[in-house]
Design a binder for this molecule. Structure first.
Ligand SMILES: [Zn+2]
Length: 442
């Protein structure tokens, strides 16, 4: 029997929604109160008294997408990296980030927040910056949910402003960031990538994560050359070594994971490792063994790798990944459903929730946190359709998102951003770029 509801904050009436098992159900009302999904009923507007009522005849509500890996500090690098020769992060990205100050970091976060909310992203895991506390202020104010870190590196070749003076100071910096974060902004410890840092720093950060009960992240197995370099230095593959040294105690968020041997897939399935593939970015590197990871039970999400890798639209990442997997794996195996639409949607929602370590997000169900977005399914490229789940993957884009609710608060209505002053941010970004021509010259 359905529960009786008397009042709620937001009521979504007469609408379709995407269930946790990726089915579309029609004619429902969804009540939201105190940050959570209170109930899903067959009743209409009479379901409850609500401050905000959003009729949904032409909408599909689905869980907000979660970006498992992005770089807020590279938001102003958009358009700079396409056609660059590898390895771009050493030559372009890190030197660029090293010159950011708190003001340009604040604008980077505001621009990233605008882009994320506009394209249906409600949560994210940032790869780390110089000023995560500045990011936290922006993201906290605009309503997003995220994990933040410090870009932690002690490589003697790294730019001085990004280089940790010592291992203990690097760990202290991560802990001071952790202490400064609150609410929807949570900490994750990180090193840039295992081969970029000293063994002492790699061990110290993973050990601190385990001691402090904080998850840890680092770019894993992104380039074949990095795996080879790791083996030369440590005598074993990256995941195999981390496990054998007892360093996989805290949950590890592992962006990329392209070059994995079977022995490493087994480590991932034994340990608490959460993967975030970044399809557009990864197209210049390789194709991950995703079907094997999924059948081994490893949580797999999607990331964008930041705006400099084609933007923050996870709908585009889903569609691209579908194409990549079909061309490289599906065709070879004569298997057209090597990466089905439901699996891709699960990766962008529930897989993202795993990377964010927020298991109460990623699905629309009573009791869950209310992070959800509405797709305008009346658009000519989405209607009529014989299978809306298929069309979400092959035809929808971030521009089809009409409303966004995060933590039970409406942050975008009819594509208007309610928590960010888009005109002011644009003006400030133009001024910043005018005053800092180096930002366009790397
Ligand atoms: Zn990255």
């Amino acid at each position: 029997m359905e529960k009786e509801i008397h009042s709620c904050d937001i009521l979504l009436t007469n609408t379709r929604y995407l269930t946790p098992d990726m089915q579309v159900v029609s004619g429902k009302s969804i009540a939201i109160a105190q940050g959570r999904i209170l109930d899903i009923t067959d009743a209409g507007a009479e379901a409850c008294q609500a401050e905000i009522v959003l009729p949904g005849e032409h909408l599909l509500w689905m869980p907000g997408l979660i970006d498992g890996h992005l770089h807020t500090s590279q938001q102003l690098l958009r358009g700079r990296l396409l056609d660059e020769k590898p390895v771009i992060w050493k030559r372009v990205n890190v030197p660029f980030e090293s010159r950011l100050d708190p003001e340009s970091s604040r604008l980077s976060a505001q621009l990233a927040a605008m882009e994320m909310i506009s394209c249906g992203t409600t949560g994210f895991v940032d790869a780390g910056g110089k000023y995560p506390e500045v990011f936290a202020q922006v993201y906290g104010d605009c309503g997003l949910r995220g994990r933040l870190s410090v870009m932690t590196n002690d490589n003697p070749h790294a730019p001085e402003s990004l280089r940790a003076p010592s291992v203990s100071q690097a760990v202290d910096r991560l802990r001071s960031m952790r202490d400064a974060l609150s609410g929807r902004m949570k900490p994750i410890y990180s090193v840039t990538t295992p081969t970029a840092v000293s063994e002492a720093l790699l061990r110290a950060v993973f050990q601190a994560a385990a001691e402090d009960g904080v998850p840890v992240e680092t770019h894993m197995n992104e380039y074949a050359s990095e795996v080879t370099e790791f083996i030369e230095r440590y005598g074993a593959r990256p995941f195999t070594w981390l496990e054998s040294e007892g360093l996989l105690q805290a949950p590890l968020v592992a962006p990329h994971c392209i070059f994995l041997a079977q022995e490493e897939i087994e480590v991932l399935s034994r340990r608490d490792v959460r993967v975030a593939h970044c399809p557009f970015s990864n197209c210049g590197k390789g194709v991950p063994p995703t079907p094997q990871l999924l059948s081994a039970g490893v949580p797999v999400g999607l990331g964008t790798d930041g705006s400099a890798h084609g933007g923050l639209d996870l709908f585009r990442e889903m569609r691209l990944f579908r194409g990549v997997m079909n061309v490289t794996r599906g065709v070879a195996e004569a298997n057209s459903s090597i990466m089905p639409a439901q699996t891709l949607l699960r990766m962008a929602t529930q897989g993202g929730a795993a990377a964010l370590l927020e298991p109460e997000t990623g699905a629309i169900e009573p009791g869950r946190l209310a992070d959800l977005i509405a797709i305008d399914i009346d658009a000519p490229h989405l209607w009529p359709t014989q299978d809306l789940v298929h069309s979400l993957v092959e035809s929808a884009s971030g521009a089809d998102v009409r409303h966004s609710i995060i933590d039970g608060a409406l942050v975008m209505k009819d594509r208007e951003l309610l928590t960010l002053d888009a005109h002011r941010i644009r003006r400030e970004a133009e001024l910043l770029l005018e005053k800092n021509p180096w930002m366009c010259r790397w």
